[in-house]
Design a protein around this ligand. Structure first.
Ligand code: UD1
Length: 378
């Protein structure tokens, strides 16, 4: 049985949860902003959902995030295994730490697992990047988003559409704070260093004379026919412009499993590489002529960089990247990919503009609101 709230809280303690690669980019500015607030003592809990050095340690180093205070070491597994293991381990951490608030970011399995564990113990939850909806319930992230938002006490949004989504799901307005985008806080902070790094040169490319590709969604890589179709389409585009393509471990594993490695290595202009660090990826994106992706974060990053982005999905939970930014949804039809890529190579693609409050100060707004919330409860 949980102890009544007033007795269990450690009033300064905030637990910030991270698990997978995009979480690290989002928590970095939040941790930095917390450091300027002596009324808060923020700790990092790493669930271990991503554990390869290049998927995790490299990001902590690049982004200057303090080492995790707690590591749950859960690793990979089915959805239930991963979510269940995080919950079991995180419950012990909550019991020991008795925090005033748990901060979760994004939409990965670790996000939902920790929000649910905290809510069950009556520990308040803040969700950074709340209210995004693709409307596609086959995406594991959509389930994570819907449920996390129902559990959260503080919901921080990146775009106005998110607030309408949340209000439509019955979330009271006073819980919702439109603060901007922490991923863009990181991007603006590291942009100059990324451009100086000029990572494109390592791949024998010239600025604005190459494309950048990321692909890892289960809907695109877990089915052999879909993955083969996409790789053939990318190889086709690479005949017009070289494409740098860092392989997510899920994608790499699927290429091996489906015997598609040979197809990838046949095309010299498809420059496949291991996962890259944050600043290297930012460097490559910043001077790319076009970006092809199925990632959520990359859609936002290309909008902030003003680089044309073709998203290999039928929907997006980040509509502002299409309505105001540089993003176009093209699905996975190879002919459409070819036409849209050619259009960008000839005409340059959408110019776009920076969305409201994507100004590098989202984390400060978040931490200000957290401080007010915690102070009110004690
Ligand atoms: C997860 C998130 C996804 C996010 C992505 C970013 C969920 C449901 N999905 O997807 O929203 O966009 O992270 O990268 O939470 N693996 C390794 N080493 C690692 C991590 C993973 O080899 O460090 C391999 C394992 O084979 C693992 C597979 O990748 O089974 C998938 O990892 P997992 O964390 O389950 O999902 P992602 O596809 O990475």
């Amino acid at each position: 049985m949980p102890t009544p709230k007033s007795e269990i809280r450690n009033p300064k303690s905030i637990l910030c949860v991270v698990g997978a690669r995009p979480n690290f980019v989002k928590i970095a500015p939040v941790m930095a902003a917390c450091a300027g607030h002596p009324g808060l003592r923020a700790k990092i809990v790493h669930t271990g959902q991503h554990y390869d050095a290049r998927m995790s340690d490299a990001f902590f180093r690049d982004l200057g995030i303090p080492d995790p205070d707690v590591h749950l070491g859960v690793g990979s597994g089915t959805h239930a295994e991963q979510t269940g293991r995080v919950m079991i381990e995180f419950e012990k951490v909550l019991a020991a730490e008795q925090p005033a608030l748990v901060v979760v970011v994004g939409d990965v399995n670790s996000t939902l697992a920790c929000a649910l564990t905290a809510a069950k113990l009556h520990v308040p939850v803040a969700h950074v990047e709340a209210g995004l909806r693709s409307g596609d319930r086959t995406m594991p992230e959509e389930t994570n988003r819907l449920l996390t938002d129902q559990l959260a006490d503080l919901l921080f949004t990146t775009e106005r559409a998110a607030e309408s989504n949340l209000r439509g799901e019955g979330i009271p307005a006073e819980r919702i704070h439109f603060v901007g985008n922490v991923m863009i806080d990181s991007l603006l902070h590291f942009r100059e260093a990324a451009e100086r790094l000029a990572t494109w040169r390592r791949f024998g490319c010239e600025a604005k004379q190459y494309g950048f590709v990321t692909l890892h969604r289960p809907s695109n890589v877990d089915d052999p026919a879909t993955l083969e179709r996409l790789i053939r389409a990318l190889s086709g585009t690479a005949t017009s412009i070289p494409l740098v393509f860092p392989l997510h471990p899920r994608t790499a594993a699927k290429l091996d499993e489906f015997g598609l490695r040979q197809l990838v290595s046949e095309s010299e202009a498809l420059k496949v590489t291991d996962p890259l660090g944050y600043v290297e990826c930012l460097s490559l994106m910043s001077q790319a002529r076009l970006v092809l992706t199925d990632s959520g974060g990359v859609q936002e990053e290309t909008t902030a960089l003003g680089v044309a982005c073709l998203t290999l999905r039928d929907n997006t939970e980040r509509p502002i990247t299409c309505t105001e930014g540089t993003n176009t949804l093209i699905g996975t039809d190879p002919d459409r990919l070819k036409t849209e890529a050619e259009r960008i190579l000839v005409g340059g693609g959408k110019a776009g503009r920076l969305p409201e409050l994507w100004d590098g100060h989202a984390a400060e707004r978040i931490v200000g609101a957290i401080e007010g919330f915690v102070a009110c409860r004690h």
